[in-house]
Design a protein around this ligand. Structure first.
Ligand code: TYM
Length: 329
């Protein structure tokens, strides 16, 4: 039996955070052993908000290198840049024509990102159609993502179904692969907001490439509450619950084990150990990251990923264009 196919991606719109790792990257690494995986750097999505060209180039390479440093083997999984495979923009456009304005207007990410802005690019609005194209281009079965992508995935499923109904059975209906704990890691300074790489306050997130002392400082300053009980209770103790989630995802401990370990001790020892757990997780990744950047192999890896991705995308785009009525020359 052939392996199920997996596709996912991250925007190079800043440094990847612990939220990106726990919500998605950790699962990329896990799934590569059992699935046919495609992992991309979604640079076309990043430009839906203004990006400095030099920074975009650097961040794109950095995200690809972090994938590898976190444990993705480019000989097992296909790692590539979205912009290097033209079919993404092409299928994105074709699906945009099938997407309703009302569907895009309901997207909470669009509402959040456009709120209060005077000029909002049209690309930010049609962003979910491009994402649907990413997934359907490879006929992915599974899409490992965090909770914030659920609505985009629902739209992808609707678009696949709509295309199939109108033009005959073509696309698989993809499923999300969303972790039970850690699908929404919150900001360190405000537990009502998700941890985000594009936050202007660097103290609100832990970047995967933050130096150990920076990580320790950020965790020691993380907001808690006026109590002293290390207890998982997202309703009443959102800050502490978020830190417990991070703890369980960086170690093998369960929520109950973390609670028991710090019973009656207050937040001090808990935060100290949490910082060491995060440092212990990230230090080896950072070491490999430096080696990968210094090795000069990244472009070769991305070229070979592009070639494999192009080959897989080609058949889909042909079929789609044929069915939609484009003249095939
Ligand atoms: P992006 O770049 O915002 O985030 C990358 C991945 O990290 C997850 N994530 C989180 N998980 C838990 N807690 C958090 N605080 C947190 N922040 C981010 C996201 O859910 C995501 O899985 N639209 C996508 C990129 C994309 C894509 C795709 C994903 C474009 N095409 C095709 C899957 C398939 C995005 O902006 O992710």
């Amino acid at each position: 039996m052939s392996k199920l196919r997996v596709l996912s991606g991250m925007q190079p719109s800043g440094q990847l955070t612990l939220g990106n790792y726990i919500g998605a990257l950790k699962n990329y690494v896990k799934l590569q052993h059992t699935h046919d995986c495609y992992f991309m750097v979604v640079d076309l999505h990043a430009i839906t908000v203004p990006q400095d060209p030099a920074a975009l180039r650097e961040q794109s390479e950095s995200v690809a290198a972090v994938y590898l440093a976190a444990g993705i083997d480019p000989n097992t999984a296909t790692v590539f840049l979205q912009s290097s495979v033209k079919a993404h923009a092409e299928l994105g456009w074709l699906l945009t024509t099938l997407t309703y304005m009302g569907e895009l207007e309901r997207m909470t990410q669009f509402k959040d990102k456009s709120e209060g802005k005077e000029s909002v690019g049209a690309g930010l609005f049609t962003y979910p159609s491009l994402m649907a194209g990413d997934i359907l281009l490879y006929n992915a079965d599974l899409v490992p993502v965090g909770e914030d992508q659920r609505q985009h995935l629902e739209l992808t499923r609707d678009l696949a179904h709509r295309f199939n109904t109108r033009f005959s059975e073509t696309f698989k209906i993809p499923q999300g692969y969303i972790p039970e704990v850690g699908a929404r890691i919150m900001s360190l300074d405000d537990a009502s907001k998700k941890m985000s790489k594009s936050s202007p306050n660097a103290g609100s997130y832990i970047a995967l490439l933050d130096a150990p002392d920076v990580i320790r400082k950020k965790i020691s300053r993380a907001v808690t509450d006026s109590g002293r009980e290390v207890k998982y209770d997202p309703q009443n103790k959102p800050e502490v619950s978020n830190l417990i989630s991070i703890y369980t995802q960086c170690t093998d401990l369960s929520i109950a084990e973390v609670e028991a370990k710090y019973e009656g001790q207050g937040y001090g020892p808990f935060k100290k150990d949490l910082a060491e757990a995060v440092v212990g997780l990230l230090e080896p990744i950072q070491q490999r990251y430096r080696e990968i950047r210094e090795s000069g192999e990244l472009h070769d890896i991305l070229r070979s990923g592009r070639d494999r991705a192009e080959a897989a995308a080609e058949a889909t785009i042909r079929e789609v264009k044929q069915k939609m009525g484009f003249v095939q020359l």
